[in-house]
Design a protein around this ligand. Sequence first.
Ligand code: FPP
Length: 221
Amino acid sequence: MEAIPTERLPAHVAIIMDGNGRWAEARGLDRSAGHEAGEQALFDVVEGALEAGLGYLSVYAFSTENWARPQSEVEFLLGFNRKLLRERRDYMVERGVRIRRIGRRYPVPDDVLEEFDAAEAATASNGTLFLQVCFNYGGRAELEDAAKAGSIPDNLYAPDAPDVDLLIRTSGEKRLSNFLLWQSAYAELYFTEKLWPDFKRDALFEALRDYARRRRRFGGL
Ligand code: FPP
């Protein structure tokens, strides 16, 4: 990638990784094959994020609404995420990636939470890139939880993370779907028709170049 000057890089990129199911169905495959292809895309994008020098990358892995999917898919996604966290842990340690789970613990099964906790512990001294995995995450749930605890900004799930500068959603859908509502108040939005499994590091670089050309006003002039 031609380097983007640091001051034109977003401090925090958030991604709604949408379209795994459609990618698989278009190939006559099980939806699970789409999620597996989505894992490859995610780790290519993580490499791209490291190459570009990003500090925060948040990904929507499982929403508070995803429990409404058929039980077989929910079970697949729980096992899939658990296995992914275990298999990628050493890689993340080596690459300086720090994992952070963002979302409510209940009702995520203990064996999944344990894998998140282990990944967080193993990568706790890393500092190159925060990979915030939003899991059983909902923006409204986060705001409700924060409001109950007191001041909202101080009680977000990751209060130290910077606001989202760039929010990417794949697969042609143009919705926020309850993702990082507080943090994305002034985010630049980037939509692409690409389905998530087709979104590789070059697609991230294209989004970063698009972002670098935008002029942000934050309500001012
Ligand atoms: C949306 O596709 C994608 C998901 C439900 C999440 C996929 C999760 C990953 C790729 C990995 C999670 C990462 C970590 C680090 C634990 P969809 O099923 O909504 O697709 P569709 O809209 O075509 O049906």
